[in-house]
Ligand binder design. Structure first.
Ligand code: DGY
Length: 426
């Protein structure tokens, strides 16, 4: 390792330790003071580079708060804090430890397989996988049961926060059908921690809250939420992450002798890959979201449509995605922007409407490297490390100027840096 690589690695570890609360890690102090689902699973990959036992604990803690129906919530409110809105009282999910009532991208299956295969403490890894495997399988089953009630092979998100790409252009059209009348008065806290110009708008927050209040009025009963929601979107990125997690869980199940779990998850992944095909757009060179309430594809070329490179989509699709990224990269300094830079709705500093995120970079690069698209995978890895060297461990970055945006000293950004550095070493 060169000195600068060692220094970068040490800085990343410092961020991870600083945000560590013992058995879970906050995404960043202030803006996000609790445990977030996909943040934690990706964070564990970073932690494993210096403390394997701590990495397992991160994911174990999350799954301790799995709901009886199988859902793994997107936030676990371990402690009281008035620094975040909407807090536990707004969600009112009546769980033993307060949680939100929606979920997030299912990266756990992927993360756990990666931790397991790299583990130097094999005994510990096998012990942990035996406990986590049925829980992750139960979560996957939950997805297809409650979010694909008519067995189409793809699941819908019912709230933009579930996608993790909260304010993506992808949701604009469907969001027009979400009302705002009757919501309780509220004060946002996010805009006190981060520049409001980098965050979602008030019009979007009103709709985020309308959906929360609607689902709360149904007592968070997942057998009712899907059909009652005016927002039901099939996000190719969200599905691709789930499909990859199913495929990874199948491999993991095989390696510890759980053939039933393996077969079920392999079947889910295969059906998902086949169903994704209907979302492909030749015009944009990526997959599009589908609005389940209208049955129409949503004309928005976003990161969500590139993420299927993370799953085992057909070879020509992965290659076309790589070409699309090359095209976008000719328009910005750093890849991968979260929206097509030539789209008039592209906003380089506003959360998921343009900025670059290291976690999505990592997943896309991982998938493309596995499909032999090394040049674009390298371009993404180099872009990611250049951003860090230039602008520190931010939540996300302006793809044109590298300006650090959103929260600072960000956990999953640091975790991804450790991953990119170790891949570079290999
Ligand atoms: C937020 O509060 O911005 C989160 O992304 C919602 O989970």
């Amino acid at each position: 390792m060169t000195t600068s690589t060692t220094a970068l690695r040490n800085l990343a570890i410092e961020v991870l330790k600083e945000n560590d609360q013992g058995t879970y890690t906050v995404p960043t102090k202030g803006l996000y003071p609790f445990q977030w689902n996909w943040d934690s699973c990706l964070t564990a990959l970073g932690q494993a580079h210096f403390d394997e036992a701590r990495a397992w604990a991160e994911i174990e803690t999350l799954f301790e708060h799995q709901w009886p129906d199988g859902m793994v919530p997107h936030i676990v409110f371990h402690v009281w804090s008035d620094g975040y809105f909407p807090g536990p009282d707004v969600w009112d999910t009546k769980r033993p430890t307060a949680t939100s009532g929606i979920t997030q991208p299912a990266v756990a299956g992927f993360a756990v397989r990666r931790l397991f295969e790299r583990a130097s403490d094999r005994k510990l890894a096998e012990e942990k996988v035996r406990v986590l495997l049925p829980k992750i399988d139960k979560w996957h089953r939950w997805f297809y049961r409650y979010r694909d009630p008519r067995s189409e092979g793809l699941v819908a998100i019912l709230h933009p926060w579930e996608s993790g790409r909260d304010n993506s252009v992808d949701w604009d059209e469907a969001f027009e059908r979400v009302p705002t009348d009757g919501i309780a008065a509220y004060t946002r806290r996010d805009t006190q921690h981060a520049d409001p110009a980098h965050r979602p708008t008030k019009a979007q927050y009103d709709r985020y809250l309308w959906l929360v209040e609607k689902f709360r009025s149904l007592n968070w009963d997942n057998s009712k939420l899907h059909d009652a929601s005016p927002f039901q979107v099939i996000d190719p990125g969200f599905n691709a992450i789930l499909i990859r997690a199913c495929a990874d869980l199948a491999e993991l199940a095989d390696s510890i002798g759980e053939p039933e779990i393996a077969a079920e998850n392999r079947a889910r992944a295969e059906r998902g890959i086949a169903a994704l095909e209907a979302l492909w757009s030749d015009d944009h060179g990526l997959y599009l979201c589908k609005d389940r309430t209208t049955g129409r594809l949503i004309d928005s070329a976003s990161l969500g449509g590139l993420l299927p490179a993370f799953a085992e989509v057909p070879h020509e699709r992965a290659a076309a995605i790589a070409r699309t990224i090359e095209n976008w990269s000719s328009q910005v300094e750093y890849v991968v922007p979260s929206q097509d830079p030539s789209d008039p709705r592209f906003e380089p500093k506003r959360y998921w409407r343009g900025p670059v995120w290291l976690v999505t970079n990592y997943m896309i690069a991982d998938g493309l490297a596995a499909r032999g698209e090394m040049a674009v995978a390298d371009l993404i890895a180099r872009s990611s490390l250049r951003l860090i060297t230039r602008s520190g461990f931010a939540e996300y970055y302006d793809p044109i100027t590298a300006e650090p945006c959103g929260g600072g000293r960000f956990t999953w950004t640091a975790a991804m840096v450790l991953e990119f550095l170790s891949a570079e070493r290999e």
